[in-house]
Design a protein. Structure first.
Length: 609
């Protein structure tokens, strides 16, 4: 009997393993059938894009008068986005947002719009990059595949990341860096390992496809550094100098990102009409070109037909050039903040290589090595992707440079702070232990929290002086509390709790009515459109029909003892609900010199974090 039972258990285990293996094999086959064609299409589009970009750059050198069409071309592309592409103006940030919270998807029209917009930018002389176009090509195609096959939200997230990896790996010829970039760019301090294999497969296939079309990438050589020849005594000194340079690279990343965001915001306030901003930016780029007396800072800056022009390849060679990094930063910030399409990464390569070249002589280090460090480290600080940039450096410059590359990239990442070129990135792990940021706050929100310094307080009277001199109202703070009760709109009040003639009343209405009867100061019911509660499933309202099971909350504000008494008195309605208490500070505003209980002041409630 025991033998028969043991045989049965063994048979069930074997059957379970076989089913699991079959399910795993089916999953691998399914993802292969999705990823390989998608990555092949992305690699093909990237090959066409790189070929077109090279042709546009050669045409710009051959016909210098094209520069004067930059305002017109920028306005034309801006008009196209204004009429057809408002939903895709977010660019890379839109893709990052959709990976974090799959919802409306990335419209397929992003691909042709960004393709055309970037070619126009480079044909007419704008200083921009190419990674933005590649990432958006990959993201839009991946989103289309997700829609065609009706993938669930978790699968949509993975395939979008794979699309980003395919585009990045193909456009730079660095598939390993492309895979890690897609995993690392979503959140500061966190790598999304769930999509590790899909991103690697997509990046490899995209890169192979791009090469199969005959596209070749620029080759860089760092010949001056061989650790075995320098010995153990030299290497610590070199790494210390790499760390010093990393501080400069991180500062350059910070200045670039902040200047870009600040100028972009200022232009949007100055000129709300979108197509007009590229026209203004085009005029500014032309003026800067004649101010510096050279066209070397237009376009990508990877190569030039004019001998003596500063280029990325040229920064790996000795020679005096101390300020090309700053001039290129100015040209790029003006171009991108005005709304021209392309990307930031290749200009960041230029800025970093030029800055590394400028630092090499003062630090007494090999020029080609520190040009290579700056090449990837400035990008690491601006994109908050030190791992991907270290791997990119190894792919481009060889494994011998791995340690100084890592030092420069990691130091630049730390020194750039909670800033970056992708404002939809979330802060998963703050760079500083003392940084107080809410969980998963975006860089956009973190930037908004950093208020500009107010120097007016240096010349203004103190608060007590202001009250006595001119203020006719004052603020009286007091302690208060708030509870949030999470429930469903479909929840009904228990029998006896409501007196509705036609049946049980909705629970949220009953709670508000009871709060009013119990003298609670504030009671509000908040409806939501997307979310979950108490570890339940994620729900959202449909386009036409509201979901009665979607989480909502009732918010009560009053004294803590009063709120506790409310929960005890109406516990039959609250036993299964998630209830959160928060301490607040209540402000009463009233005429100066008048008792607040006699003044009937206006009331404000402020959260005390």
């Amino acid at each position: 009997m025991r033998a028969s039972f043991a045989n049965l258990v063994q048979l069930l285990n074997l059957t379970s393993r076989a089913m699991a293996q079959r399910g795993h094999a089916a999953s691998v086959l399914r993802w292969t059938l999705l990823l390989v064609p998608m990555a092949t299409a992305v690699g093909t589009l990237c090959a066409a894009f790189l070929w077109s970009l090279d042709a546009a750059t050669r045409a710009r050198f051959e016909y210098p008068w094209l520069l004067f069409l930059l305002p017109v071309g920028g306005a034309g592309v801006g008009w196209l986005y204004h009429r057809l592409g408002r939903s895709v103006e977010g660019g890379n940030n839109l893709i990052v947002e959709q990976i974090h919270e799959p919802g409306g998807g990335v419209p397929l029209r992003m691909a042709p719009l960004v393709f055309l917009g970037t070619i126009v930018t480079h044909l007419l002389g704008g200083s921009a990059g190419r990674e933005g176009t590649a990432v958006q090509l990959g993201g839009s195609l991946a989103s289309a595949v997700a829609g065609w096959f009706r993938l669930d939200p978790s699968s949509v997230k993975i395939i979008l990341m794979a699309g980003v990896a395919a585009g990045f790996g193909a456009v730079f010829g660095t598939p390993l860096a492309g895979a890690v970039f897609a995993l690392e760019v979503l959140a500061v301090g966190r790598v999304e390992y769930a999509a590790l294999v899909p991103c690697l497969v997509a990046a490899l296939v995209g890169d192979w496809t791009c090469h199969a079309w005959g596209i070749h990438h620029s080759a860089y050589t760092v010949a001056a550094f061989a650790p075995a020849e320098h010995g153990l005594l030299f290497e610590p000194v070199l790494l210390f100098k790499a760390a010093l340079a990393g501080i400069a690279f991180g500062f350059a990343s910070l200045v670039f990102a902040e200047a870009n965001h600040a100028l972009s915001g200022w232009l949007k306030k100055l000129m709300p009409y979108g197509p007009a901003r590229p026209a203004i930016g085009g005029v500014a780029v032309i003026a800067l070109t004649y101010l510096v007396g050279t066209r070397a800072y237009l376009g990508l800056g990877v190569w030039s037909l004019i001998p003596g022009d500063p280029t990325i390849a040229g920064f790996f060679q000795p020679g005096p050039d101390g300020w090309s990094w700053a001039v290129k930063m100015l040209f790029t910030v003006v171009t991108l903040s005005a709304g021209f399409k392309g990307g930031e990464v290749t200009p960041l390569f230029f800025i970093g290589a030029a800055l590394g070249h400028a630092l090499a002589a003062p630090l007494g280090v090999p020029v080609d090595l520190f040009a290579a460090l700056g090449f990837v480290a400035v990008f690491a600080g601006a994109a908050n992707t030190p791992l991907a940039c270290t791997i990119m450096g190894i792919e481009l410059f060889g494994a011998d440079t791995a340690v100084p590359l890592a030092v420069a990239c990691f130091v630049a990442y730390v020194c750039s702070g909670h800033n970056g070129i992708y404002l939809s990135q979330r802060v998963a792990v703050p760079k500083r232990s003392r940084a107080i940021l809410p969980p998963d706050m975006t860089l956009r929100d973190a930037r908004a929290l950093r208020a500009a310094p107010d120097f007016s307080s240096l010349f203004a009277p103190s608060s007590q002086e202001r009250i006595s001199m001119s203020d006719i109202h004052h603020v009286t703070p007091s302690e208060i509390g708030m509870i949030r009760i999470y429930l469903k709109p479909s929840d009904k009040a228990p029998k006896g709790a409501s007196k509705s003639r036609w049946g049980a009343k909705p629970l949220y209405r009953t709670l508000v009515a009871q709060a009013k009867a119990d003298g609670i100061m504030n009671a509000v019911a908040h409806h939501t459109h997307y979310g979950y509660s108490n570890h339940g499933p994620v729900r959202e309202n449909g386009a036409e029909i509201a979901d009665p099971h979607l989480t909502m909350c009732v918010e009560l504000i009053g004294q803590r003892a009063q709120l506790e008494a409310f929960c005890r008195a109406h516990g039959e309605m609250l036993t299964t609900k998630v209830i959160v208490y928060k301490h607040l500070e209540h402000w009463s505003v009233g005429p100066a010199g008048v008792r607040q209980d006699d003044a009937a002041p206006e009331e404000l409630t402020m959260e005390a974090e």
